[in-house]
Design a protein around this ligand. Structure first.
Ligand code: GKR
Ligand code: MG
Length: 429
């Protein structure tokens, strides 16, 4: 057995994405992802996936060079490499979305997102080498299937006229009836029994009405609402008062730990976050101020699967709940999330996943949801197979792009429909 890394391949791709609305604007018709392949001296290849915008690629390329000659077992060494190829914070902030509403905003989070792609690929290669599933390398699964929630979005029926895109069959959802209809489809197609609505798109009264409509249509199903920090403390408290009894938790109603702490002090509705606790350094303030009751880990920007386990342990220590956040992703990341989620003892909420929104993948076989759950694979590694033809096709789309889609920019996508659109400053309401 020789787990020395002999080759690393990076393939940036563009994947189809429906016109999903959020505080920043609307999803582009195609979104960038990066597929990582790590090959060992034994001829074994492991795969990983992470964000694919240019700023990640620019870090991943020198990272890949430094990885050659190292062992796939050297997972701690990935953080050393990340330090060596790191970029300065000021350089990153110049490239990051204004508004900063999404997870990755600093050089730290950027480099950790790159680490995660390589960590998952190394774990996959190691698992294939040893004949063990990734969950076994993480200490072993505690459950045979991981539960996911249906991730509901306000959505247009189509991307704006004239924009090249793939068609989807989800239809529009711009009011409570549309949201309920979308939820019904999610339930029919995948068996989900809990729902999360991406909010911060319409005035709070409209989103409150959507939550009420969901509660009426799906009694007993856990519901969450996530406006990505679009509300003031006062608005957050008002929403909590009006629909708090219908919610499993309210996710990032207000932006930042001090505002979340104020909301938390004024309501008994549990607050979850993937925005104010996104690094280990942010935990202390948030937990000592009791700003959040559930942290949603994203193994990409937390720096991989082992860091996610460490986060879960810290949460457990402080009696804070843990679950998983998602951004647009493919099956490699869903497999990675499922493996790590299966090992977390204190996972008491269904995880988020955008996967049902992705009609394309780079795998020979898509992962499936049964009764809203993904079965934890016991096959070696992640248990997924890369389809090189599909990968080539999606990479060709990236090559053919004039550069406008290679950086995800929901505000720019929105300006096609609404010229003059700017990501609203927060709090918007
Ligand atoms: O995909 O539009 C989106 C989401 O709003 C995503 O960007 C968020 O990162 O899903 C995420 C969240 O839970 O905040
Ligand atoms: Mg969120």
């Amino acid at each position: 057995m020789n787990p020395t890394i002999t080759d690393v391949r990076l393939t940036p791709i563009l994947i189809a994405d429906p016109p999903l609305l959020n505080t920043q604007g609307v999803h582009q018709p195609y979104t960038p992802r990066l597929i990582v392949e790590v090959e060992t001296a034994d001829g074994i290849t492991g795969v990983g996936e992470t964000y694919g915008d240019t700023k990640y690629l620019e870090l991943a390329r020198p990272f890949a060079e430094k990885l050659k000659g190292r062992q796939v077992t050297d997972l701690n060494g990935l953080f050393t490499i990340a330090d060596e190829v790191s970029v300065a914070d000021d350089r990153v902030s110049a490239q990051v979305d204004v508004g900063g509403l999404r997870g990755v905003q600093t050089a730290e989070k950027l480099r950790l997102s790159v680490v995660s792609g390589f960590e998952v690929a190394c774990l996959d290669a190691l698992g294939r080498t040893l004949g063990l599933p990734v969950h076994a390398l993480l200490g072993g699964k505690l459950r045979d299937a991981v539960e996911y929630s249906a991730y509901l979005f306000y959505k247009w029926a189509d991307h704006p006229v004239g924009v090249a895109c793939e068609k989807d069959d989800w239809g529009a959802a711009i009011d409570p009836a549309g949201v309920v209809e979308q939820a019904r489809k999610f339930k029919e197609r995948y068996g989900f029994t809990s729902f999360k609505l991406k909010g911060g798109v319409f005035p709070p009264e409209e989103e409150i009405a959507a939550v009420r409509a969901l509660a009426e249509a799906f009694p007993g199903h856990p519901l969450r609402l996530d406006p990505n920090g679009a509300w003031s403390v006062a608005t957050s408290l008002k929403v909590a008062q009006e629909v708090g009894d219908l919610l499993e938790y309210l996710e990032d109603p207000a932006l930042g730990t001090p505002a979340m702490a104020e909301v938390s002090a004024g309501t008994d509705v549990p607050l979850a976050t993937n925005m104010c606790v996104t690094t280990f350094a942010e935990i202390k303030e948030a937990f000592t101020k009791d700003a959040v009751q559930v942290v949603l880990s994203d193994h990409h920007y937390w720096g991989g699967l082992r860091n996610t386990q460490q986060l879960a342990a810290v949460c457990r220590t402080f009696g804070v709940g843990v679950s998983m956040h998602s951004n647009t992703h493919l099956g490699i990341s869903l497999a990675a999330m499922t493996h790590v989620a299966s090992t977390v003892p204190n996972l008491h909420h269904a995880c988020d996943s955008h996967y049902p929104w992705q009609s394309e993948d780079v795998l020979t076989e898509r992962l499936t949801f049964d009764d809203g759950k993904v079965a934890v694979s016991d096959a070696p590694g992640l248990g997924v197979q890369l389809d090189h033809d599909k990968l080539r096709l999606l990479h060709q789309r990236w090559l053919d792009d004039d550069g406008s889609l290679r950086e995800r920019d929901d505000a720019a996508a929105m300006r096609i429909a609404e010229p003059g659109w700017q990501t609203p400053s927060v709090p918007r309401w």
